[in-house]
Design a protein around this ligand. Structure first.
Ligand code: COA
Length: 220
């Protein structure tokens, strides 16, 4: 299935999600790649990574852009020739992009138990409101919450793209509820405090039946 979902967030911000069902050959036949991109594709070890990478090009084409207009800075952050901002993510069955005239970051994560083992590495102030601490011993909800926090921190990191940012020490995600779809966050780094609006949405893959969390953030 090609385009899985489109979110017109506001007049100038659009999110496109691709569910990756096509073969490598099928995707290759549908995208036009510049030489630099083709070389990067050739160097990828896994076919899944290649299919995700090409699915992003499908999304870019869907938005009326071409691969020729997409570039990467020295840290791997994507940008366009024009004034639009772009952020990219891929995770297992999905690839997604956000394009906006505001500074944005996006992240997609598979909800999985493994996150329980690494929570300590990226959660700090958020412990004050996480559901396991407020008496509910619902592990499934706790995993969903942790995945939102992780995704939000990745999205914020992608916006700022600064060396030395620690998810645990420098990025704080405000309290949120699984019933809602937004919260706020702040980055405390290099004597500056920068605020963000964070939005999240969960979705199930038609391919694997697994649950994913999409998070995108705007710098205020
Ligand atoms: C670079 C990073 C943000 C990528 O995120 P990820 O969840 O691994 O992978 P995603 O699929 O969501 O995102 C990959 C895309 O992010 C973009 N990206 C890569 N580096 C980037 C950067 N420095 N800034 C912004 N965007 C970046 C690229 O578009 C890339 O896809 P593409 O190369 O195919 O176009 C991530 O690996 C990273 O370095 N995070 C910060 C490190 C850290 O502190 N980790 C946690 C410690 S507890």
């Amino acid at each position: 299935m090609p385009l899985f979902q489109t979110i017109q967030f506001n007049e100038t911000t659009k999110i496109l999600i691709w569910q990756i069902t096509e073969s490598l050959e099928e995707l290759l036949s549908k995208v036009v790649l510049k030489e630099k991109t083709q070389l990067r594709l050739n160097g990828m070890k896994s076919q899944m990574h290649q299919r995700a990478f090409l699915s992003v090009r499908m999304l870019i084409q869907e938005m009326g852009f071409t691969d020729h207009e997409l570039h990467y800075d020295e840290f791997g952050k994507p940008y366009f020739d024009c004034h639009n901002y772009i952020s990219i993510t891929h995770s297992h069955d999905f690839a997604a992009i956000i394009i906006s005239d505001e500074t944005v970051g996006i992240d997609m994560e598979l909800q999985r138990e493994k996150i329980l083992r690494i929570a300590d590495k990226f959660v700090d102030t958020e412990n004050s409101y996480l559901s396991l601490n407020s008496g509910t011993d619902n592990i499934a909800d706790y995993i969903r919450e942790l995945t939102i926090i992780w995704g939000a921190k990745e999205a914020i990191f992608k916006i700022r793209n600064e060396k030395g940012i620690s998810f645990k020490d420098h990025i704080r995600i405000d309290a949120f509820s699984l019933d809602q779809n937004q919260t706020e966050a702040s980055l405390h780094f290099n004597d500056l405090v920068i605020e963000f609006n964070v939005h999240y949405k969960e979705m199930k893959s038609d391919i694997s039946g697994q649950n994913f969390t999409l998070v995108y953030a705007f710098e205020k």
